[in-house]
Design a protein around this ligand. Structure first.
Ligand code: OSB
Ligand code: MG
Length: 375
């Protein structure tokens, strides 16, 4: 039985070591919404909402998620007695449309609480089978193709097993060519367009086939499935959907329509870990490879992603970079590390597997609010 008595919402500000540019915008300072759960028996767990500063990747933002959690999602779970963490998803989904990132932040906290209370690692509770997960890197849009190729080369030297490059119109063919030429034929390379193209760009997207990419991620509109199916018929490079997959239903529609061949699963984008597992299971039954994406999370959000990525059908490297890729100092002990072969260890300790540096979190805090409001 899990019964949460309070949730504390907290916005912190963290400065990225380098600005991160994607086709829909650039971020240098991350506003991050953290949740702190208190269970009736005194157990505490933290979760992270993956919403961004602005609605550039997805409709939700830190501010909209704050309101949704404070007003609707938080009050719904507080005082509610749940048999298991898997029961939370349906409760926060009932008659709450959209708001996947806000729902996920609440749902995921229950999994960490449950793992802590049952004295098992989160990965085990989820059904994970790996003790380490392969990390790929996601490299933002660079001022020129040489800079990108050099960064990609450094990433390979660091151990990353797959290179993802962000592309947008006019920063695509030349950029990908430079990376392929620098890294050679064997390197695992993919491109992420974050919805920067339309079907009018089919010739450009087809021209990418020459570079033998593992996949091209979300070339067309963020909520589209139909046009991706049209595009997939035109190009041999597998399409991977990210933004478009917001639930198990969307994943099933992708499969029925042929909108893509690979899925990037981000628990924060699909309403939480239960839904992420359902998508994973569906994909496994249908021979669709999946991998775990990232949202420039702090070490708290990263812990959930690493645990999820330990499930068996996460067969492709995830966007699971270690802490130092993003931050001078992460808000967890141990900071996330990657070994020379590009693997991140799955924590074997009970619960989330990281300790929150509450002193640092306090220093970075911009605002807090408690539900129910402090007694
Ligand atoms: O499309 O996968 C994406 C970051 C912010 C928003 C969207 C995306 C990304 C990344 C970064 O690619 C992945 C990471 O956390 O390293
Ligand atoms: Mg993406």
């Amino acid at each position: 039985m899990i019964c949460v008595t309070s949730i504390k919402l907290r916005e912190i500000s963290m400065i990225l070591r380098e600005p991160f540019e994607i086709s829909s915008g650039v971020e240098s300072e991350r506003r991050i919404l953290l949740l702190e759960f208190r269970e009736a028996d005194g157990t505490v767990a933290w979760s992270e909402c993956v919403a961004g500063n602005g609605p550039h990747y997805f409709p939700e933002t830190v501010d909209s998620a704050w309101i949704a959690i404070h007003k609707w999602i938080g009050p719904r779970v507080i005082g509610h007695e749940f048999e298991s963490a898997a029961d939370v998803g349906p409760v926060v989904e009932q008659d709450i449309r959209g708001n996947q990132m806000a729902r996920a932040a609440v749902e995921m906290g229950f999994w960490a609480l449950a793992a802590e209370m049952q004295n098992v690692p989160l990965a085990k509770l989820l059904g994970g089978t790996r003790d380490k997960v392969a990390a790929g890197i996601s490299i933002g849009i660079q001022p020129d193709s040489d800079t990108l190729a050099t960064q990609a080369q450094h990433a390979i030297e660091e151990g990353y097993s797959r290179i993802k490059v962000k592309i947008k119109p006019d920063k695509d063919l030349q950029y990908v060519r430079a990376v392929r030429n620098k890294l050679g034929d064997e390197a695992l390379i993919m491109a992420d367009a974050n919805s920067a193209y339309t079907l009018d760009d089919t010739d450009t997207l087809r021209a990418l086939d020459e570079f033998n990419l593992m996949m091209i991620e979300q070339p067309l509109a963020w909520d589209d499935l139909l046009r991706h199916a049209d595009l997939q018929k035109e190009i041999p490079t597998p399409i991977c959907l990210d933004e478009s997959i917001t639930s198990l239903t969307r994943a099933q529609e992708m499969q029925e329509l042929g909108s893509g061949k690979i899925i990037n699963i981000k628990p924060g984008r699909v309403g939480g870990l239960r839904e992420a597992k359902l998508i994973h299971d569906f994909a496994e039954q249908n021979d669709i490879p999946v991998w775990c994406g990232g949202m420039l999370e702090s070490g708290i959000g990263r812990a959930y992603n690493v645990a999820l990525a330990s499930l068996p059908n996460f067969t492709l490297p995830g966007d699971l970079s270690p802490s130092h890729r993003y931050w001078d100092r992460d808000i967890v002990h141990q900071e996330w590390m990657m070994d020379r072969e590009g693997y991140v260890e799955v924590p074997q300790t009970a619960g989330l597997g990281v300790d929150v540096d509450t002193e640092l979190v306090e220093q970075l805090t911009v605002r807090t609010e408690q539900i129910p409001s402090a007694e």
